[in-house]
Design a binder for this molecule. Structure first.
Ligand code: SAM
Length: 275
């Protein structure tokens, strides 16, 4: 297996746990996404699937069309920190750098954010193929053309063939009800992991939330490096990933320094319809 890069946390990357080279592992961190990515070596990652908390989530919530939160009075910052559009240049630069030469990147977002990020991603060298559609199979909240889908932008670095050329660009999976805000179904990520990696490869998600990408990766025999600024997200992801029976590779102690001020994540004490 191509083991995940060992510089994710610190040079003291923990003991070799005696696993064979093909045994997947996972490693989690609680950092700002860009700071965390900066610590990964160049061309060390086989696939990135990620779901940043883009700015327009706030807008949807403010106008009450798609993302009303039962447990937030004013802002989804009660749930997680929004990632400002102004940081996408740095994010895509780091994503391009850490990905191997012939690899894929999938990014969940809405139509508004798609128009923001596409030119940025192309500027740093990605090829934009198309938006895939996650069809949630049921409508969400709102007042007109109620939301039933989300985009997953499909980017390529270099040239990599998909595993199965017969897979459609609409991925159907029922939305997660009453989960972590914007939690994605593991089955959606499983399609992407199968399409764009081989067993033993290393999958990365710098905004992992509950670790749904990690679960897909681990269940399919890939390794996973995950990160989130939120302590509760890291805890939830850790519990879910440990339940697979796969070993967590020890990392450095979680740093306190965060680029964006308060970490917005009280534990999901209740359920949200936000997606
Ligand atoms: C849209 S949610 C991801 C949900 C995830 N896909 C799942 O299935 O659970 C975005 C996550 O990004 C995290 N986040 C916000 N700002 C961040 C930052 N600057 N660096 C890393 N994570 C951040 C939030 O805490 C939140 O958990």
């Amino acid at each position: 297996m191509k083991r995940p890069p060992s510089t994710v946390h610190s040079p003291e990357d923990g003991p070799d746990l005696g696993r064979g080279p093909d045994v997947p592992i996972f490693r989690l961190a609680r950092r700002d996404a860009i700071e965390w990515l900066r610590e990964l070596p160049d061309a060390s990652v086989d696939l990135v699937i990620t779901d940043p908390p883009y700015e327009s989530l706030e807008k949807h919530r403010a106008i009450g069309t798609t993302t009303r939160l039962k447990h937030s009075k004013a802002s989804s910052n009660d749930w997680f920190t929004i990632f400002p559009n102004s940081r996408f240049d740095d994010l895509f630069y780091e994503l391009f750098r850490v990905l191997k030469r012939n690899s894929h990147l999938y990014l969940f977002c809405d139509a508004e954010t798609m128009f923001v990020v596409k030119p940025i991603a192309e500027r740093v060298g990605f090829r934009f193929w198309k938006p895939l559609v996650w069809d949630k199979k049921m409508i969400g909240m709102g007042y007109h053309y109620r939301a039933r889908y989300e985009f997953i932008l499909f980017f390529e670095k270099g040239k990599r063939k998909l595993a199965d050329l017969g897979i459609p660009d609409i991925i159907e999976a029922t939305r997660i009800r009453n989960g972590y805000p914007t939690e994605k179904p593991v089955d959606v990520s499983a399609v992407l992991v199968r399409q764009s990696t081989s067993p033993g490869d290393c999958v990365v998600d710098p905004f992992m939330g509950t670790g749904s990408v990690g679960l897909a990766a681990i269940r399919l025999g890939r390794s996973f490096l995950g990160n989130d600024v939120s302590a509760s997200a890291v805890t939830i992801a850790r519990v879910r990933l440990r339940e697979t029976g796969v070993q967590e590779e020890p990392g450095a102690p979680e740093p306190v320094r965060l680029a964006l001020g308060p970490v917005g994540a009280s534990p999901p004490a209740g359920r949200s319809d936000m997606e």
